[in-house]
Design a protein around this ligand. Sequence first.
Ligand SMILES: Nc1ncnc2c1ncn2[C@@H]1O[C@H](COP(=O)(O)OP(=O)(O)OP(=O)(O)O)[C@@H](O)[C@H]1O
Ligand code: SF4
Ligand SMILES: [Mg+2]
Length: 431
Amino acid sequence: MSENSKDTAVTTADTAADGDVLLKVTGLQKHFPIKKGLLQRQVGAVHAVDGIDFEVRRGETLGVVGESGCGKSTMGRLITRLLEPTGGKVEFEGKDITHLGVSGMRPMRRDVQMIFQDPYSSLNPRHTIGTIVGAPFRLQGVTPEGGIKKEVQRLLSVVGLNPEHYNRYPHEFSGGQRQRIGIARALALSPKLVVADEPVSALDVSIQAQVVNLLDDLQQELGLTYVIIAHDLSVVRHVSDRIAVMYLGKIVELADRDLLYKSPMHPYTKALMSAVPIPDPRRKSEKSERILLKGDVPSPISPPSGCRFHTRCWKATEICKTTEPPLLELRPGQRVACHHPENFEDQQPQDTVLLSAAKEAAELVSEEVLAESAETSAAVAKAVEEGELAVEEPAAEEPAEDDAPSAEEPAEASEESGEPEAPTEAPSKKK
Ligand SMILES: Nc1ncnc2c1ncn2[C@@H]1O[C@H](COP(=O)(O)OP(=O)(O)OP(=O)(O)O)[C@@H](O)[C@H]1O
Ligand code: SF4
Ligand SMILES: [Mg+2]
């Protein structure tokens, strides 16, 4: 991209009117310290989130995608303030919540809720679903009209579960049903913002569509605002208004959904996109290239210089290695951080000499492989579009009411914040 085109690009300033913005994040950072030795001296830091800017508008769904370890969950936990940011600012409804303590955050907990990835470990196995879904009321000291039990039963039916199953335990439900329970708990206090961290990735493909549809329906009925995190573009495609693509702690592209799918501008987005099979079986035979990125995501302990993607990018030149590209609005509704963006009139790099690694960074995969993966995902995409929402039946017998602990039993503190009791995600590598 020439200097001229950079000059004419709009900076990352808000494009939404301030009144529309529910959440605004500026320069957000989270560095996890690495300590060693007896004295536990800090010897480095994991740059999990390393300076990101975005805003979430009231009523929209912002999808966040990226490979494993790029900082998506950390970002989700920062904006729900389950983690303390190292730097930057988080504003909710214009109020700075970046460093609010537990008591300061208590009223905000009603407005901002989180749904976790793993419905198996995020629900306390010793509590009935009545206790689990009713916990937010007890912890916030709120008594809904008609009482907690009645409200919990209403919430269960809102998420497509049988209100009569109030006294059952999580193990009696399938994965999809458990995720519905997690959703009911998140909705209990009528939040304004729901952050869903990979809400369907632990579920069977056939169930994923149901849960995604449920989230979509609830948004329309309840006027919710979502941040939905996924490592797979096909999950967020149908529900997102805008999509942020993360790579190694940074947002590399943030765009309206249709713009992103029609003409991705960041080479990394293009690579992610090429891995998403074509959902329309009629277009299955269209020629498309699948870009395989070579190598793993580099370590966030010492991210590459300049553009962090330069070690895997097939367009990388010297400037990419030395200068970090800022996130600029190159088209209305499309912000990109790249020196040589795709689908842009001026793609000629000033320095045209490719880094040697770039020449080997991408390769094409045969049409057969592409067609095969297109077939499997076509079914999912179709189910999402047609809004199939079959309700599953519980897997086990109903226990005797007497055996179940009291629904009024105090919930564990972890349910207040929505934190799962067992770690849901060891930082693992998915491919
Ligand atoms: N509590 C922690 N202490 C140290 N490092 C952490 C901690 N939590 C996350 N990290 C590191 O921060 C980086 C980002 O992790 P994060 O869980 O946010 O990634 P992610 O994009 O959600 O990945 P995944 O798709 O696997 O869930 C990873 O390198 C991870 O190892
Ligand atoms: S062209 Fe350069 S700046 Fe753009 S993604 Fe590739 S390495 Fe990064
Ligand atoms: Mg994660």
